[in-house]
Write a protein that binds this ligand. Sequence first.
Ligand SMILES: *[C@@H]1O[C@H](CO)[C@@H](O)[C@H](O)[C@H]1NC(C)=O
Length: 272
Amino acid sequence: TCSNINVKINVLLTHILGLFLIHVLFLICIQAHPDTEVHTISLYNGLKSLMPLWVQVQNFRKAIEEIMNQSPEGVHLLCFSQGGVICRAVLSTSPNHNVHTFIALSSPLAGQYGETDYLMKAFPNCLKELVYLVCYHGMGPEISICDYWNDPHHRADYLRGNTFLPLINGEKPHKLMKDWRENFLRIKKMVLIGGPDDGVITPWQSSHYGFYDASEDVVEMRNQEFYKRDTFGLRTLDARGDVSMCVQSGVEHTKWHSNITVFNNCIKKWLI
Ligand SMILES: *[C@@H]1O[C@H](CO)[C@@H](O)[C@H](O)[C@H]1NC(C)=O
């Protein structure tokens, strides 16, 4: 029903150089669920979205915690693009979170390897084949894109030089892995949304935890090592029946959060 006033929805929209209509989704949510509280968290907008992700995660966690504390009955977390990667990190690093449904709207959850306008703005004259040199050996920790830059041709460098995604996805073992996995698995449901006409998330299947192998063929979620080894809880969540995938064609990256069809097909039913 649309009348559960006890559930709050957090809409976390952050985006690389994002200048988007973040309030569209906010308005759609309110319209669909008039008695539900909807919060948007507006941090790190515009160029600030390029700040290192661990810094952003820390501050988003604070903002989300505040809302969670006012909502003992639980919240949903709806996160767009880079925001989805941030939310994933917040979930793993928040021991007592009460997030029921985590919705990732076109987020590079398994990483990004592709030339996009955003990339070109961040690294002018930089070919995607060379970005790893910058990201894994140079200014990596200084810029958000590097935190989920996943070059399939430089796997060892990625594991060594990327201090964000390989930890979040448990590809690189670390001391807190077991805790992070437990924290993440407190969610009741994960909803993954993306599609082939996105144009920014590359490969677009990264929104569904698929990613390139060394030949740049896409390996789907269930054949990924992090899935098979259940490094962060994904296989457990899937075995529980709590991973829902929604693929929508004909949606460009900047249109996901203003498209009413996407909302009706992929999001609405989970905000109860
Ligand atoms: C909205 O989404 C639907 C699929 O859900 C797609 O067919 C349509 O092209 C999209 N419209 C826009 C303007 O993005």
